[in-house]
Design a protein around this ligand. Structure first.
Ligand code: NAD
Length: 486
């Protein structure tokens, strides 16, 4: 049992109220508790972030860089020990928990590397004088994160925010907070008090934090509806926001796809990784009419290899969903699909020992012959199922992709990569992946984020440092600017 603590101004604190963290693989198993922070504790954490800001932001970037390199090492050293707990609290398989921690360690190291150059002033000198363009930190930041990849999604905000000289108050999801809270506690010895605090609890804690008048920037990952509320909270004080929200990513299969086992396994990863609970997971697959039956057979054969069981059992290749409400959402979407005439094929096998009725389990499935207006096609299912849809004209698929309210990512599956690069430019999404659509598609050197209702702003790359800084112009100009402006 782990009784996590709040981290406020470098101190660990409890609260009068607590929230149980239970295993999604067997809800009879209580893994630990987190404090449900009071409004006063949130206020205290934000005030300590505001107090710590002037000194932290005034430090040379190389000092903050050193702290991030240390954080990278600490997280890396925790991978082996903590990945099993992450699988137990989250539901996802061990490989995915390793990835969560590895990516978090990597993003701290990468951000530390690029920060000094990116944060340098730009100087303009000419006959008229000197202009200095400076990137300065915005102030205390609220980082609010979901449960599917709790560690890396938190450090995609914490790393650039701290590197740029901001201070951070983190609010993780109550559905997968234990490993993250251990990481945040372990980092305290490398940071001055108040630079990185953590308040845990439910949605009210997130709302209190997002609304606090001393917070200058909110980095948020979560559902689109919550993102709208966060934006409304930010509006009161014109806080800056970066929003990474939901997606309904299409995979567009072209008629020259290589239907090999390797391709099919790649596509299956794109749908069923983390039990389908990945923001940029493949959520609908468009297949040319003449290829439809062959594609469905090949895809279903690959899905049928999935083994469902507890995430921390090395034999499992897919764990349970994270929580009861997510399970209900997916069940409802599938019931509606069946009732409207689509066909739902359940595949895979489960481990004998699985306590099925006590966990949030669901077998992987494939939906065929769904109509375009059904929820399984139009909404984000965020679960282990996918509709396979027919098309005859490629232009129609482009139109359907761009008509969606979402625009996180899309993938194109073809043997002709030149054509795919060209096609990718026509899609209204933040990312387009060619012949892959899962974690291997991500490159931390390239910006990641959504168009339309999938978000605002970008994480990863040097764009993440743009997101946690503001430009300031300091100039001494006495004459007209030099050519070509004079
Ligand atoms: P959620 O939106 O319910 O919660 C996310 C976080 O916001 C939690 O910590 C929650 O307590 C907090 N919160 C809730 N209401 C709030 C409010 N009014 N003000 C401030 N904070 C509030 O999301 P979830 O259920 O934890 O995660 C699933 C969703 O996250 C999916 O829609 C998924 O697509 C999305 N997601 C997006 C990305 C991305 O990078 N685009 C990544 C992962 C997950």
């Amino acid at each position: 049992m782990i009784n996590a603590k709040l981290v406020i101004d470098g101190r660990e604190e409890t609260s009068d109220r607590s929230i149980d963290v239970v295993s999604p693989a067997d809800t009879r198993v209580k893994l630990g508790t987190i404090p449900d922070a009071t409004a006063e504790q949130v206020d205290e954490a934000v005030k300590s972030a505001a107090m710590a800001f002037p000194e932290w932001s005034a430090r040379p970037v190389e000092e903050r860089q050193r702290a991030l390199f240390a954080a990278s090492g600490i997280i890396h050293d925790l991978i082996e020990e903590e990945a099993p707990l992450l699988s137990r609290e989250n539901g996802k398989i061990l490989e995915e928990s390793h990835l969560d921690l590895e990516f978090a360690s990597g993003i701290c190291g990468y951000t530390a590397e690029i920060a000094p150059e990116k944060l340098q002033d730009t100087l303009i000198r000419d006959t008229g004088g000197t202009t200095r363009i400076r990137r300065r930190p915005v102030g205390p930041v609220a980082a609010i994160t979901p449960w599917n990849f709790p560690v890396v999604l938190s450090f995609m905000k914490i790393a650039p925010a701290l590197a740029a000289g901001n201070t951070v108050v983190l609010k993780p999801s109550e559905n997968s907070p234990l490993v993250l809270s251990k990481v945040i506690s372990a980092l305290q010895e490398h940071l001055p008090p108040g630079v990185l605090s953590m308040v845990t609890g439910g949605d009210t804690v997130g709302e209190t934090l997002a609304s606090h008048s001393l917070i200058r920037k909110i980095g948020f990952t979560g559902g689109t509806e919550t993102g709208k509320k966060v934006m409304a909270s930010a509006a009161r004080d014109i806080k800056r926001v970066t929003l990474e929200l939901g997606g309904n990513d299409p995979a567009i299969v072209l008629d020259d796809i290589d239907l090999s086992d390797e391709t099919m396994r790649g596509m299956v990863k794109g749908v069923y990784s983390t039990t389908g609970q990945v923001c940029f997971g493949m959520k609908r697959i468009y297949v040319p009419d003449q290829l439809y039956d062959r594609f469905v057979d090949a895809f279903c054969a690959a899905v049928d290899e999935i083994v469902v069981g507890p995430g921390d059992d090395p034999r499992s290749t897919m764990g349970p969903l994270n929580n009861a409400s997510q399970l209900q959402i997916v069940e409802k979407i599938l019931e509606e699909a069946t009732a409207s005439g689509a066909s739902v094929t359940t595949l895979g096998r489960k481990l004998d020992s699985v306590p099925w009725e006590h966990g949030h389990y669901m077998m992987p499935s494939v939906v065929t012959e769904a109509a375009p207006h059904q929820a399984i096609v139009e909404q984000e299912q965020f679960g282990p199922t996918v509709p396979i849809l027919r098309y005859t004209e490629l232009d129609e698929v482009i139109r359907l992709t761009n008509r969606s309210a979402y625009g996180l990512a899309a993938s194109i599956w073809t043997s002709d990569e030149d054509h795919a690069f060209e096609l990718g430019r026509k899609l209204d999404t933040g990312s387009v992946f060619l012949n892959s659509h899962s974690f291997t598609s991500l490159d931390p050197r390239a910006p990641f984020g959504g168009a339309k209702s999938s978000g605002l702003g970008r994480e990863f790359s040097s764009a993440s440092l743009d997101a946690y800084t503001e430009l300031q112009t300091i100039s001494r100009r006495t004459g007209p600017p030099g050519p070509p402006l004079s």
